[in-house]
Design a protein around this ligand. Structure first.
Ligand code: HEC
Ligand code: HEC
Length: 247
């Protein structure tokens, strides 16, 4: 009996420790979006024409999407505003839901989506996905080193960095389900969001995959990766391995 009592007290102590410790039992999920059949189907059937209309809507206190991201999400008004044109629909939908749920923090974006339904978010995602990826102007004097290219295609075993291309695709085009296209993204936004992941200011990446990677990269590597991906849409497309085998 005495032994049992001690055991119970120990169990309780462990339980309380788990609840109190951040990152253990008390951790919040990084996103509320679960890729159920229903969510998938809704994003897949998002109506791009409705999305094209919503992008123009402004209210008394909230700007229209195109005021900040440009028409078709292709000409952001400022370098730090992301390009949305050509983005994977499921990724855009997830980000919009994450802002709505307060899982990705940005006051302007939270205000922009709070009045929109999931169907409207899916329509916007479909609209941007149907648009071509724009080209980005970069300074031709800025160079990308051989070591940075290695990170894209081979990663770095010493730092446990997986190659970017293994998730984002050989042309940076993104992948199922919600891996974003990063080709043709603004250099300044790319750098900013990588810094946010590294500083735990952006925490909506499931399993913390991008936070772990961003923390391992140097500032210079991030700058060069941003440059590499900004220029990618102008480069000849690489054929993916499976296509190469089929030819
Ligand atoms: C006042 C300017 C502003 C308005 C209006 C605005 N956005 Fe944004 N948007 C931003 C900024 C700034 C960011 C980057 C914020 C961050 O770092 O989280 C962003 C981020 C995003 C992202 C994430 C992109 C990515 O690559 O992760 C999406 C998607 C997006 N906006 C869509 C929209 C849509 C759709 C609307 C209209 C309903 C809209 N935005 C309205 C400024 C704006
Ligand atoms: C294990 C798979 C994986 C690897 C490897 C990976 N990424 Fe990502 N990356 C993701 C996912 C998933 C997201 C979206 C996370 C979210 O929902 O916020 C993302 C998001 C990003 C974003 C933000 C895009 C936007 O529009 O806001 C950038 C930039 C990025 N990754 C760059 C890189 C670079 C550079 C590398 C290589 C050094 C890399 N990633 C390696 C899976 C990966």
């Amino acid at each position: 009996m005495g032994v049992l009592k001690t055991m119970n007290r120990n169990c309780l102590t462990i339980l309380l420790a788990c609840v109190a410790a951040p990152g253990l039992a008390g951790a919040e999920p990084s996103s509320n979006v679960a890729w159920t059949v229903e969510t998938h189907s809704m994003v897949k059937h998002g109506n791009p024409e409705i999305g094209a209309d919503i992008e123009k809507v402004e209210t008394e206190d909230v700007n229209a999407c195109l005021d900040c991201h440009g028409e078709r999400g292709a000409e952001p008004d400022r370098d730090k505003h992301p390009t949305l044109a050509g983005q994977v629909a499921a990724y855009t939908f997830k980000q919009l839901r994450d802002y709505k749920d307060g899982k990705r923090e940005n006051r302007r974006m939270e205000e922009a989506v709070e009045r929109l339904s999931d169907e409207q978010l899916a329509a916007l995602a479909a609209w941007y996905a149907s648009q071509p990826t724009p080209t980005v102007e970069t300074d031709p004097d800025d160079k990308v080193s051989e070591e940075t290219l290695q990170l894209v295609f081979r990663g770095d075993k010493k730092r446990l960095i997986q190659p970017c291309a293994s998730c984002h695709g050989e042309n940076g085009e993104g992948a199922i389900i919600d891996v974003p296209s990063i080709a043709g993204q603004n250099v300044k936004y790319f750098v900013q969001t990588m810094k946010d992941y590294a500083a735990d200011k952006r925490t909506n990446d499931i399993y913390g995959r991008m936070r772990i990677i961003a923390k391992s990269l140097s500032r210079e590597e991030i700058n060069e990766l941003a440059l590499y991906y900004a220029r990618l849409p102008e480069q000849p497309r690489r054929t993916n391995l499976f296509q190469a085998l089929l030819q």
